[in-house]
Design a protein around this ligand. Sequence first.
Ligand SMILES: [Zn+2]
Length: 467
Amino acid sequence: MEKQIKRLIVAWITFPLLSWLYNRKRVVSDYLFMNRVERKSSDALESTRRKRLSKVLRYARRHVPFYRERIKRSMVQNPLESLHEIQPLSRSDVIEDRIALVDRRLHDSIAFADKSTSGPGQPILLAPFKKHKLVRNTSSGSTGSPTTFYEDGSVTARNWAIEWRVKRWFGVKPGDLEARFVRMSSEDIKSNRTLGIRQKLWNQVMLPGVALTDREYHWMYEVLLEKRPRAFWGFTSAIAGLAGFIRDTGLDGRAVAPAVIITWAAPLYPHEKRLMEEVFGCSVTNIYGTRELGHIAAVCPRGRLHVNSESFIVEADSTDGSAGELLVTPLVQTPMPFIRYRTGDIGKVSETACDCGMGLQVIDEFVGRTGEIYTTGNGQMISPNFWCRTFMDVDRAASIRRFQVLYRKDGSIRLLLVPGKRYNSNTEKRLLEYLDSELRGNVPVVIDHVESIKPMISGKYQMVVKE
Ligand SMILES: [Zn+2]
């Protein structure tokens, strides 16, 4: 009973109120709207998308210098039919024209945001009462080119509504206790008082997502066992790392009993998903998004990747409906509109509906970044899934805690392995033999043992790295 009351207070009072003070408005109303719209017929959803896109295009044409010439009046009237006529927006456009991409009435606020000494994306407290509400943010640059952009809190607000939606798919209610694995070390979390208050007001348990050692993993396990959060949310690397630790040390992950694990900020590979499912005995989902645009899509309980269709239009850049680079257009007005933004990720917009019954668009054949597919000197293509399959082998899964593949300039492959307790020379011998036969003896492979594999600054674990 007490838990229920706390959940209701958090979901409908403290969380929305604090969010509002940071200019992250409409979390609750967006969530309720998403609830209504996701089960509706595709016609009803299409009419919502049409209205929203028209509004975004009109706004961009009127107030954003970059789009003045690019968007014609006729496009505003027939938005869905003419969207493909607008030239896609690339990362280099954002780097070169970032000022022209912002609402011209807010150009004073850009100077203000640029001068701010807060970290990228840090919200402004009491922003609704302040003149300058823009925040400067940077995307991590996992594709090699970091981009600076400006936001006003609306993307974060929508992200939170979407996280509530995804949790609801798996039976978790707004305000239920959640463990969040964040980009902080355990020392930072323990000493941060603001975070302590936030944990209480938002009913969250903050756990470290970076700089993790066995000591941290053990401490995290104890905390989770005591608090028993309904959902875990965080970097795939951190949660998969914890699952690996629990498996190797013989602890009981199922005693924690979460309903769902939501991973984000990186693709969720099959071997990681299986590890988490087995250790915690719960569903595992993944949110696909970018820092600039927010949470674009998420995996439903049936395992298909659904676009948050009321909030985004996703197109694949191909002429015949096959897989191509995903171009994404957010359908909510923000001070810096991204229209047909090139994400660098590959996928295909599905023609079939998902049997979960939701009318939300589905992305198939999602393979993540183009950069992750490697072609050997002999023209053999190696996809990230090849490595997942390799390390999902029962023996290897039990004896290797983590791995990273480095494609070297000289055409060879260097495998970094974090060996588990059951790892021995036989494991290694069999792995090398397997790779030699799969790669047809064409590619020299060297194995190096390491104590840990560090995620990148953004917190992402990169399974495959090209030199
Ligand atoms: Zn589905």
